[in-house]
Write a protein that binds this ligand. Structure first.
Ligand SMILES: NC(=O)c1ccc[n+]([C@@H]2O[C@H](COP(=O)([O-])OP(=O)(O)OC[C@H]3O[C@@H](n4cnc5c(N)ncnc54)[C@H](OP(=O)(O)O)[C@@H]3O)[C@@H](O)[C@H]2O)c1
Length: 180
């Protein structure tokens, strides 16, 4: 069974994933034509489950839309005691070291994982557990807010496998971890 941890995320020019108020309204600044998903559907088709931090989970719960995920969502949290009743069966609480968390998720047959949330992605990168990243850059400097990347104990080399421009405004780069 192929084991793969993937990131699919949007960032500002200054590498932030949310603004200084933790908002993501800037993602709506570029009008996206209906029916265009910038490869999101194809990407999610190739994953078995999502792993997201509590903050991202709570942000999604706060959206006034239907639950957007078709695949199981594993929520990393030490604070959350249980998943709200409305989302039980769709989202599952996990905690422990990343090795323990991954063992638990892999044992459910979910091995191709979409890793989401700033601190969560950083903690996976710190342990060199990210295999690919699809990063869409929006043409805005936010000047504050959580960054996608932070300080890491070692350099991690990635190879660019694809680069696309959407609507003449957004650049989407697909990077694969170059090991060895
Ligand atoms: N631009 C985009 O495409 C995009 C995508 C996703 C999210 N976002 C935005 O990014 C923000 C959320 O990112 P975030 O950095 O605040 O956090 P996050 O990764 O979503 O959540 C962090 C929380 O996850 C829990 N956690 C448990 N174990 C962890 C571990 N090993 N590593 C990391 N976290 C662990 C902790 O919760 P406890 O305190 O409960 O232990 C921690 O406080 C939101 O504003 C969201 O809207 C943007």
């Amino acid at each position: 069974m192929q084991k793969k941890n993937s990131v699919y995320i949007a960032t500002s020019l200054d590498g932030r994933i949310a603004d200084r108020n933790d908002g993501i309204a800037w993602l709506d600044a570029i009008p996206i034509p209906e029916g265009e998903d910038m490869g999101y559907y194809a990407f999610t088709n190739e994953i078995d489950a999502l792993v997201m931090g509590r903050n991202t989970f709570e942000t999604v719960l706060g959206f006034d839309v239907e639950w957007p995920y078709q695949k199981p969502v594993y929520v990393l949290s030490n604070q959350l005691k249980e998943i709200p009743e409305s989302h039980q069966g769709k989202a599952f609480l996990v905690n422990g070291t990343l090795t323990e968390v991954l063992e638990q998720i892999h044992s459910q047959g979910h091995t191709r994982l979409y890793i989401d949330g700033g601190s969560t992605i950083q903690s996976f990168l710190k342990e060199d557990l990210i295999d690919e990243m699809i990063i869409t850059t929006f043409p805005i400097v936010l000047g504050g807010g959580p960054s996608l990347f932070g300080e890491f104990p070692k350099e991690l080399q990635f190879e660019l496998v694809e680069s696309k421009v959407f609507f003449g405004q957004l650049v989407q780069n697909h990077f694969v971890r170059k090991r060895g």
